[in-house]
Write a new protein. Sequence first.
Length: 322
Amino acid sequence: MARVVIIGGSGHVGTYLVPLLVEAGHSVVNVTRGQRAPYQPNSAWTKVATVVLDRDAAEADGSFGAQLAKLGGDIVIDMICFTLDSAQHLVEALRGSVQHFIHCGTVWVYGHNTAVPATEDQPHNPFGEYGTQKAAIESYLLGEARRAGFPATVFRPGHIVGPGWAPLNPAGHFNIAAFNTIARGEPLALPNFGQETVHHVHASDLARLVMAIIAGRSTAVGEAFNAVSPQAVNLRGYAEAMYRWFGHEPQLSFLPFDEWKRGLDAKDAEATREHIARSPSHSMAKAQRLLGFAPRYSSLEAVQEAVRWLIADGRVEAGNVR
């Protein structure tokens, strides 16, 4: 078994991944700022070594890579790398010592899709700082794997969903008021015709994919894998399904985006614009073919599990949930 160092292991994916790593017999070190506990309790966390380290501060003084290297990870999983400089700094520190480096990317490297469902061999069309930086990181890591033998693998999550936080909702943003509107059976307006897509993924499926990447190291090194549910949903279909899940017939209206966003919180309107401008819809065929992996949760199943948690937490009304 391996010594696994996971950077940012207390977050959405790490909540599920760290226990799987421990149960598989790996020695796990969680590098964290110490500001978040895992979303779900698990006795496996008692077997995890925790290193509190502020990445931003350590990168600013140039010590982060050296401190990571000293942890002696056979496998390093980086959940929170967002700039090319950050990736380059870490790779140089780990080069020649790490056996497998796994980077959490994003489907936003695609920007707009050339064709759907988008496969990993389609070109990057990123826009915006986040997508552009993630695309640069991915190109760098996979280039290092091909040219210099650095053992990198990238996985690209869609909209991560799970109990403990609010999922991307049918209006394309994260304000849980949309779920309460639906729970009450009240009218909900959607932008345009509601045909733009979103593509969720349950955090537990991401954890399972990382485990498959580790098990399939010889195949996975040098590759990028989409990490989403079996199918994307469009906003209209998503909203209709949630109305019925809450025991109501859909009450939808549609407005051009610029009219729809009037009176909406600016942060929510921008989140919707960011999502529908990309309209992600991605294929999981490569992970199935190369790693034998298939996600367990559909988009709606993943969202509904998360919303059940929000109901239990008193943040979303129960309606007549099925």
